[in-house]
Design a binder for this molecule. Sequence first.
Ligand code: HEC
Ligand code: HEC
Length: 233
Amino acid sequence: MNNSLLACTFTLAGLGLIAWPGARADVETFMDLRNIAAVQGDAAAGKANSATCAACHMQDGISVVPLFPNLAGQHAEYMYWRMREIQQEARADSPMTALLANLDDTQLRNFSAWYASLPPAQHAEPARGAASHASEGARIWSEGDATRGIPPCQGCHGRKAEGHPLAAEVIRWRLVPILRGQAAAYVTQRLNAYRDGAHTVTSSARMMNGAAANLDDASIEALAKWIETGESK
Ligand code: HEC
Ligand code: HEC
């Protein structure tokens, strides 16, 4: 192949106009987020368009229905890329699919900026020190379970599930969501999906698939309860 033909082939492959030999569908749509830029948007514009969203996520981004996640105070980078993922996956079983189908990139950025700017839900301080190991959920959260190949969740999500400690300085850690106070039912559903490898479109989801792969139902239940309440039980 001469150089110009090669260049042309690369261009067409890059545009998705021809299939590169051996290309798989999931590779073509894969979003590698390891070097993302900060997500900026117009929070006021996001707010102005948020009436539809408020039906489920509420005006203040703090949901009252356990299967609808809280958005208030969540990292903009996490929310923006999750919405891109939802658009790309177009799963029939998510109400978000239809809601995001016709939104453009600017609107996604504006919503992300708006919800990130809101004060997070108030929640109980998680139990500390020795007491924080009193529940199975708290134990897996802080130590993992090495014999079962489960990593400590706090390594990425932070000791109190309030996000990675470097998130303010290093953009890529804002892809790890803040979890504190998310309802157990929502967390359970998400952990089951990661364990089943249901999401493969982003590098973030693949990383979380690995973290959830060896959780059993009892561990998921215990972790979900700890994330919701922070309680040792
Ligand atoms: C009918 C209820 C409903 C409405 C309306 C709705 N959402 Fe959602 N939203 C959900 C549900 C359910 C999920 C979890 C979906 C999933 O995991 O596929 C979700 C997930 C999300 C997430 C990911 C949160 C996370 O922690 O991963 C974001 C961001 C989000 N919604 C933003 C919005 C925005 C912006 C709007 C308005 C354009 C909106 N939602 C409207 C129900 C709704
Ligand atoms: C190696 C880093 C890493 C570890 C360890 C890790 N996570 Fe995650 N987690 C992530 C990333 C990145 C995401 C975002 C994935 C995405 O965009 O779908 C995530 C997403 C989640 C979500 C979805 C939140 C939402 O709003 O939808 C839950 C729940 C979760 N993790 C719980 C856990 C639990 C419980 C553990 C411990 C067993 C754990 N994570 C360990 C990096 C990690």
